[in-house]
Ligand binder design. Structure first.
Ligand code: UD1
Length: 425
């Protein structure tokens, strides 16, 4: 377990390059199982979840190598269909292994996946998708035992545009017989990246980024080389760090279209925003203004993964803001920790009413999930005095060296490592 020591009250300024997207790289790493070949993946962020996925791939026989930001995976030597339970329990994204394992082996045994504590995260939609393509599934003692003799393409109607279920549906259909259509699909940019990766591998997929995705089954896949798209949530978080400290930053390697709704909220709060080729500039006003309404929605709506950061941001804005969470019900758990720093936030079910205060004060606070942890860091950057953020392991799951980036922009965060390095990162 590591902790961050943050000295607040310093305006961030300067330029940084945004790393590759966590939510794009994880399903792509799982997909490398499918070709039984060499895969080269560039611009990978060095995250705890990425390391866990690589450990899983190693444990089932694949050969992986992570150097610089490049991951090379040879999935030919894969030798088991049983995914080790201890690793699965660390990360919800292990659910992405279901589709690729069934495509490659026709079998997989996986325990129920773990991950952030942000409310019940069922996998019923994933299971429904797999069953509709001809997978039989037995659930007992927390284990999912999935088996198929023959995957057969079909027409899938998702009840909700779940990101993960859309990705699993794509993964399991690539080598199925015939055509699969996914209706009411999620439209997130990471789904487009997965389509591009799979198509480079020889899949025939179209429509990702819209609500209907078409997959024509293929018999064989080839080796592939691919670069991961930039992380829109990382970008949004650093922009929020600049905004909350009254700073001015330029982020390179951002696809402005991916962060458009978030940029519009920064503008509403009084920030100056400029989009430049593959980059975004933000200059904060003297004092941020409140935002009348932020409501999380599936893409292209406001991302639930930026909701916690805006709780911190609006806590120091002038006026009252209303934030509605429609995707994950427990995402306001961080409010109790923010209150220790002086944030005035009232939660009623899925709605948070944030009354802006003149200043926050440093405190000892505990990260409870990934984005909530980032929100505490932001509040700490704005607060008077020192803030200590405990349980940084949650933050490490999704931010590649957050403290290094913030220090590069003139902030002051140091990491205190407790225990072994591996435990903390
Ligand atoms: C992905 C992202 C996560 C982001 C979320 C929403 C990855 C690795 N993670 O998570 O960062 O916060 O999208 O943008 O890409 N649901 C069900 N049954 C299911 C699946 C989902 O009820 O089988 C519900 C969930 O509980 C949640 C909603 O659907 O309320 C959205 O979940 P989903 O889009 O699937 O999110 P994830 O893929 O888990």
């Amino acid at each position: 377990m590591s902790k961050f020591h943050i000295t607040g009250g310093i305006k961030l300024s300067g330029e940084i390059v945004v790393s590759g997207a966590k939510n794009a790289v994880l399903p792509i790493l799982a997909a490398t199982i499918m070709n039984g070949n060499i895969n080269i993946i560039k611009d990978c962020p060095d995250l705890k979840d990425v390391r866990t996925m690589l450990e899983i791939l190693d444990a089932i026989g694949c050969r992986t190598d992570f150097k610089g930001n490049v991951i090379v995976i040879d999935s030919k030597p894969l030798n088991t269909y049983i995914i080790p339970e201890n690793l699965v329990s660390e990360m919800r994204s292990s659910v992405f292994l279901l589709g690729p394992m069934l495509s490659r082996c026709g079998r997989v045994v996986l325990s129920y996946p773990g991950g952030c504590e942000i409310g019940p995260r069922p996998i019923d939609l994933h299971i429904k998708v797999l069953k509709s393509l001809g997978v039989s599934i037995q659930e007992s003692h927390g284990l999912l035992e999935c088996r198929t003799e023959r995957l057969k393409g079909c027409d899938i109607q998702l009840d909700f545009p779940s990101v993960g279920a859309t990705e699993n549906a794509m993964l399991v259909s690539v080598l199925a017989e015939g055509t699969t259509i996914i209706r009411n699909a999620a439209k997130e940019p990471e789904i487009v990246d997965l389509q591009n990766f799979l198509n480079k591998m020889g899949a025939k997929i179209s429509g990702a980024g819209t609500s209907e995705i078409y997959i024509e089954g293929r018999k064989k896949l080839t080796e592939v080389e691919h670069s991961i798209i930039p992380d829109r949530i990382f970008a949004g978080t650093i922009l929020a760090a600049a905004a909350i400290t009254g700073g001015e930053v330029f982020l390179k390697n951002v696809i402005p279209e991916h962060v458009r709704i978030v940029l519009s909220k920064f503008s509403e709060s009084g920030c100056t925003i400029k989009e430049e080729n593959n980059g975004v500039y933000l200059k904060a006003p003297e004092r941020l203004k409140s935002i009348e309404m932020i409501k999380t929605l599936p893409y292209p709506g406001f991302p639930t993964d930026m909701q916690s950061q805006f709780l911190s941001l609006m806590s120091v804005a002038e006026g009252t803001s209303i934030i509605t969470e429609t995707i994950f019900e427990n995402r306001f758990k961080i409010v109790d920790e923010l209150a220790k720093m002086g944030c005035k936030i009232k939660v009623d079910g899925r709605i948070a009413i944030v009354s802006g205060v003149d200043y926050l004060t440093g405190a000892r606070v505990f990260a409870k999930d990934l984005r909530g942890g980032a929100a505490l860091v932001l509040a700490g950057l704005a607060a008077k005095g020192e803030t200590v953020v405990e349980n940084v392991c949650h933050i490490d799951r999704g931010y590649d060296k957050l403290e290094v980036c913030i220090n590069e922009l003139g902030g002051r965060i140091s990491r205190e490592v407790i225990g072994t390095k591996d435990e903390s990162h």
